[in-house]
Design a protein around this ligand. Structure first.
Ligand SMILES: NC(=O)c1ccc[n+]([C@@H]2O[C@H](COP(=O)([O-])OP(=O)(O)OC[C@H]3O[C@@H](n4cnc5c(N)ncnc54)[C@H](OP(=O)(O)O)[C@@H]3O)[C@@H](O)[C@H]2O)c1
Length: 325
């Protein structure tokens, strides 16, 4: 009887082990498929124009170049007129007359939600907008405690990271609903998916809003032919992360990230499109306990804050010396 029980136990444990290994193997094969082998959607099927917010530099600029390479006409939105002009000239130089570009200078932090909606509604009237990328976003110059974030920066982060995504999506949706197709990509951040991201509290919290917002509206509009997705990148080497260059091992280039990002448009509602970010996510989230992760992130962010404060003090001192001489 005891022998039979022991054998039964061994068989059950082996079955569970076998199923777990099969599951892990299937997940791995699926990961390879979606990361490297799955065909991207033909974005022109959604419509001939794409809107990219925050497209004068960083990820937005490279996303715009990537979309232009797919033959999409572009509505570029950013707050800096000359930087936007430089980006659209660069795209024109690379793709010649193959794509049309419309620049819209809008400061998403200065206008009210309704003003943003009206400006964009006027700007895209008559255009067949198929793709919207809500990319514009702002963060802190360096890590800081919540009470140290100055009030203007606080307001701007809430308006750009959270308000603008909501209003721009709201104004573009009716056109997509009319033709029963469209794709919306909202750029969130992996900081919002970790158990915590202290000293970047406001930034990561606004990004968590984007994830939830996207997941909800993705379900609301899926049946109407509109594919809504939230991407959650880890670190990308742009001006947003220039104070984090010590973490360069984790960074991807905006080019590599954007190539992967565009390949995923129209698929899963939430994704981490770049393979190296996805590996980092697995190591951090799946393989590390929350307590350990919280302690490591807090330790890193405190160091980033200290370094940022030192640099700020140095540049203030240099400024004062320049003014005195
Ligand atoms: N870089 C990363 O590691 C990382 C990681 C996760 C998520 N993300 C997200 O990815 C997106 C792009 O980030 P990025 O790294 O490319 O940042 P970036 O290099 O700072 O570029 C952001 C762009 O948005 C524009 N922008 C900022 N405030 C604006 C406003 N009020 N109105 C209109 N445009 C405005 C910026 O214009 P100016 O240059 O004139 O300020 C810039 O062109 C953001 O949503 C960010 O949160 C980035």
């Amino acid at each position: 009887m005891a022998m039979e029980l022991e054998e039964g136990f061994i068989v059950a444990a082996s079955c569970i082990g076998f199923i777990s290994v099969c599951k892990a193997f299937i997940n791995f094969v699926r990961w390879v498929w979606v990361m490297f082998l799955r065909s991207p959607k033909n974005l022109k099927d959604y419509g001939s124009w794409a809107i990219v917010t925050g497209s004068a530099q960083g990820i937005g600029k490279v996303l715009a170049l990537e979309l232009a390479s797919k033959g999409l006409n572009l509505v570029l939105i950013d707050k800096n007129h000359s930087a936007l002009e430089a980006t659209s000239n660069e795209i024109h130089e690379e793709f010649g007359g193959r794509v049309e570009i419309k620049n819209m200078v809008i400061d998403l932090a200065k206008l009210s939600g309704k003003e943003i909606a009206n400006a964009i509604e006027d700007g895209i009237r008559g255009l067949d907008v198929g793709v919207l990328i809500n990319n514009a976003g702002i963060g802190y110059p360096y890590a800081r405690f919540f009470h140290e974030v100055d009030l203007e920066l606080m307001e701007n982060i809430i308006k750009v990271n959270l308000g603008a995504v909501t209003w721009v999506t709201r104004v573009v949706l009716p056109g997509m609903l009319k033709k029963k197709k469209g794709a919306i990509l909202n750029i969130s951040s992996n900081s919002s998916q970790l158990p915590s991201f202290p000293l970047y509290t406001l930034y990561s919290t606004t990004k968590a809003y984007i994830s939830m917002f996207s997941r909800c509206i993705s379900l609301e509009y899926k049946q109407q032919g509109i594919d809504i997705q939230c991407q959650i990148p880890f670190f990308v080497a742009t001006s947003l992360t220039k104070h984090l260059r010590g973490l360069s091992w984790f960074m991807s280039s905006p080019e590599k990230f954007s190539k992967a990002s565009v390949r995923w448009i129209g698929y899963e509602p939430v994704c981490n499109p770049y393979w190296w970010h996805s590996v980092q996510w697995f190591i951090l989230r799946v393989a590390s306990p929350d307590e350990l992760l919280n302690a490591i992130i807090y330790w890193i962010c405190i160091r980033v804050r200290k370094r940022g404060q030192m640099k700020e003090a140095q540049s203030k001192k240099m400024h004062q010396q320049e003014n005195a001489s």
